[in-house]
Design a binder for this molecule. Structure first.
Ligand code: NAD
Length: 352
């Protein structure tokens, strides 16, 4: 398994393979870049088919965190960890204590938080060993989903303004895929602004709730891609923009919370060629990270200031859309370029 020649290797600063036979812990911690500050990123626990798949995930996700923090204007670098194994059967205090030791060995250069397969309780177990944890404070800010949803909402407004020339969402038709923590709060905000909602979720109860509370129209799981809407908001899974869905999407704006929406980078190019405006996921879904950073930074938490920081996601997206237009590049590439300019500038100012 190549490391330095790996296709997802992108000058990562540190990649650590963590093995604790006693507890059964096998994990990878990847720190991509710390020019703007110490890395912060979630820990994912997943029953990977192979170690190679886990490494790919750690390399990709940690790089994404660098981009996300840089474009959200946060003094953070990008890192991520993955624990290899089934979260339903492998979890134990000993395993999370061992993970805490490995996080500690980064000396504060990597701070761990929750992610897929990991609960706040699991992070609290790591916190018994390491102080380098985020998103665990009981008296703190709590669930990041409403903050993420707010960022997606302002992002949709920026995209609609840019692509459709409309300042209001009144009458704008939005297809929302996934009505979990983020999708629900997004629907609430969109409904309050007069948007018409078409929704789907694997969980029928989540659909019923949004249909009843926000007058949404339910559609089938697979039919969500074919709807005659202005905006498609993926808030469930990654890789939903792919060869199969691309020809079916009718929305002119793609803007939602899901991570890694593009199955491959080439799908960002294809969206642009089809004249569709894509709000890059790592820009539009940074609201939760902005909130968690605020809590992690300590000091007095100011909700209004945090939300005005999240609102700037709309300005950043508008800048990216304009850059993409002027450079003739897809928004996905314009966003990556802008992120790189920011964290590479971070390196220059550190060296000065
Ligand atoms: P969640 O687990 O609460 O909700 C996801 C919902 O998607 C669930 O209701 C699930 O039933 C549904 N779903 C799964 N597969 C589906 C399918 N094929 N079709 C339709 N619905 C399906 O997760 P969440 O916290 O709301 O996050 C949603 C997405 O946003 C995820 O991709 C997550 O990684 C991303 N994200 C979340 C946050 C946050 O603050 N929670 C921050 C950044 C990014």
């Amino acid at each position: 398994m190549p490391i330095f020649a790996h296709t997802e290797f992108d000058d990562h600063e540190q990649v650590s393979f963590c093995n604790d036979p006693k507890s059964g812990l096998r994990a990878i911690i990847a720190v991509h870049n710390t020019n703007l500050g110490p890395a912060l990123g979630g820990c994912r626990m997943w029953n990977y088919d192979s170690d190679a798949e886990a490494l790919t995930d750690a390399l990709r996700l940690s790089r994404g965190m660098t981009y996300k923090a840089a474009l959200a204007g946060l003094p953070l670098g990008g890192g991520k960890s993955v624990i290899i194994g089934d979260p339903k059967t492998l979890k134990s205090d000993a395993l999370f204590h061992a993970m805490g030791e490995f996080v500690n060995s980064f000396g504060g250069n990597y701070t761990v938080a929750e992610d897929v397969g990991i609960t706040v309780g699991d992070v609290k177990t790591m916190a018994k060993i390491t102080p380098h944890v985020a998103g665990t404070s009981n008296g703190g800010v709590g669930d990041p989903a409403p903050a993420t949803a707010y960022g997606v909402f302002v992002g949709i407004k920026a995209a609609v303004r840019h692509k459709l020339g409309r300042d209001s969402l009144s009458g704008i038709r939005v297809a929302v895929q996934g009505l979990g923590a983020v999708g629900y709060y997004l629907c609430e905000r969109l409904f309050a602004e007069g948007a018409e909602l078409l929704v789907t979720d694997l969980n029928p109860k989540a659909v019923t709730r949004v249909v009843e509370e926000f007058a949404a129209e339910p559609v089938g799981l697979d039919e969500i891609f074919d709807q005659d809407v202005d905006v498609f908001a993926p808030c469930a899974l990654g890789a939903v923009i792919n060869d199969e869905t691309l020809p079916r999407l009718r929305a002119r704006v793609i803007a939602g919370s899901a991570n890694n929406q593009l199955a491959e980078a080439r799908h960002g190019i294809a969206l642009a060629q089809q004249g569709k405006l894509y709000a890059p996921d790592f820009v539009i879904n940074a609201g939760g990270l902005i909130l968690v950073n605020e809590e992690h930074a300590g000091g007095k938490f100011d909700m209004a200031m945090t939300y005005s920081h999240i609102a700037r996601i709309g300005d950043t997206l508008s800048e990216i859309f304009k850059l993409a237009d002027s450079q003739g590049t897809p928004t996905s590439q314009a966003a990556e370029r802008l992120a790189r300019a920011r964290f590479q500038k971070g390196a220059q100012s550190q060296a000065a």
